[in-house]
Design a protein around this ligand. Structure first.
Ligand code: PMP
Length: 440
């Protein structure tokens, strides 16, 4: 084998070279087929090989592939911002290249907002434990993900301040609803200790993704969080990088809690993986002081608002809209949840099935010798051997010892494809059980 120069995320031999993708399936160079039950990293919301999206990139490339945002605007970026306004109600979009950058930008805009309002002491950012907001230093500072933080703790901020709304393992040992939302109330306590005058923003993912495996808060949780933020004059940033653009059955997941954040980050499903792009969406309330003050957002990247990526995202969103794809998410979700319920009956090491729309999590009670993260890895790698791709998530209240996966197939998956996911997941779990020497 010739030496490879590509740094790979996995240690070991099993790192297949992909050849092509079609719909929910991927094919490697050896001809092996994988059903993508997690849309890569919860990204390929429309599956692979969608001609109209690819054509939109080609058409834009034939006009102009790159312009520098400080010199020119471009039509696809303008149209994408207008489309996002229509769909989300946020009048302002700032385009970047990744979810991490969208979160970084959200944080910077929150800080700038208070500076422009003459309140520069409002500069701390609070977040939750068991969260993931991205890999760059600002986004990692916000992330309550112990494993991803630990090597870099010398340079990142200690922003995670409150417990997650993790009902099945309530950190307060309470039960909803008699808990009185102790996890949300904690925000009030922490704010009173630090002082609202020192806090710019609170950031949270509507549904906890990579750090929890689709942990979904109770129905009144975000109303309470928003109320606490508003009363203390603290901006609420919703990180919808994983949940946004229809993944949970509404365009923004927070809509399901009847709450609107002051700033939101979207990524992943925005271009459904066809070209890198993410966006920070901003309300008038946040932008007004900036527009009346410095007049520019003090951030930006060379590739911000790239015409090719904007064209791809626009084609994705138009397709989702014209095919009414979001409307079908709930019924597909119910169908998949019913199939997963059968697995829960069959395998006693499935602890919980949770989530919303087509962002579903399965938490396991590890069996055999493996525990926590290593159990997740063995489920994921056994999945690969069984031709199914599953997204690993950290879980457990310490973010280390628990084990969970995310199922997030493309939003346009058919029932037959969801059944295929069920079948291959079932054989994966059968193998896991057999290898552990146990039976359910
Ligand atoms: N926020 C959330 C909620 C995410 O799930 C992710 C990616 N898993 C990110 C931010 C970071 O996005 P990216 O990997 O595109 O930088």
């Amino acid at each position: 084998m010739p030496h490879s120069h590509l740094i790979k995320p996995l240690i070991g031999d099993h790192y297949p070279m992909i050849d092509f993708g079609k719909g929910i399936y991927l094919y490697d160079k050896s001809g092996r087929e994988y059903v993508d039950a997690c849309s890569g990293a919860v990204t390929t919301n429309l599956g692979h090989g969608m001609e109209e999206i690819i054509q939109s990139i080609v058409d834009q490339g034939n006009k102009v592939a790159f312009v520098y945002r400080s010199q020119f605007s471009n039509q696809p970026a303008e149209d994408l911002a207008a489309f996002l306004h229509e769909k989300t109600g946020y009048p302002w979009s700032f385009f970047v290249n990744s979810g991490s950058e969208a979160v970084e930008t959200a944080i910077k805009i929150a800080l700038q907002h208070w500076q422009e309002k003459g309140m520069p002491s409002k500069r701390r950012v609070l977040s939750r434990w068991l969260s993931y907001h991205g890999i760059t230093f600002g986004a990692l500072s916000a992330s309550g993900h112990p494993v991803r933080r630990e090597r870099f703790d010398s340079v990142i901020g200690d922003w995670p301040a409150i417990e997650p709304p993790y009902c099945s393992r309530c950190p307060f040992g309470k039960t909803y609803p008699s808990c009185g939302l102790a996890c949300a109330e904690q925000l009030e306590i922490i704010i009173s200790r630090i002082g609202a005058d020192n806090i710019a923003a609170f950031i949270a993912e509507p549904i906890i993704g990579a750090a929890g495996g689709a942990i979904t808060p109770p129905k009144d949780y975000y109303l309470r969080i928003k109320e606490i933020c508003e009363r203390n004059d603290i901006l609420f940033i919703s990180d919808e990088v994983m949940t946004g653009c229809g993944r949970t059955g509404t365009f923004m997941a927070l809509d399901q809690w009847g709450v609107e954040a002051d700033i939101a980050a979207v990524g992943k499903g925005l271009s459904a993986g066809y070209s890198p792009i993410a966006a920070t969406l901003i309300s008038d309330r946040v932008m007004d002081p900036i527009l009346n003050g410095t007049r520019v957002v003090m951030s930006g990247h060379t590739f911000s608002g790239n015409p090719l990526s904007s064209a791809a995202a626009l084609a994705v969103l138009k397709l989702i809209d014209s095919e009414k794809i979001i409307d079908s998410v709930d019924s597909k979700s119910t169908y998949l949840i019913n199939l997963l319920a059968k697995l829960k009956n069959e395998f006693s090491f499935i602890e919980e099935i949770r989530g919303k729309g087509l962002l579903l999590g399965i938490e396991f009670e590890p069996i055999g010798e493996a525990n926590g993260g290593s159990f997740t890895s063995s489920v994921v790698s056994t999945g690969v051997e069984n031709g199914i791709l599953l997204y690993p998530a950290a879980a457990g209240i310490d973010g280390r010892k628990g084990s969970a996966i995310i199922l997030a197939p493309p939003l346009n998956s058919s029932k037959r494809e969801l059944e295929e996911i069920y079948k291959r997941l079932r054989s994966t779990l059968q193998t896991i059980e057999k290898n552990s020497g146990g039976s359910s």
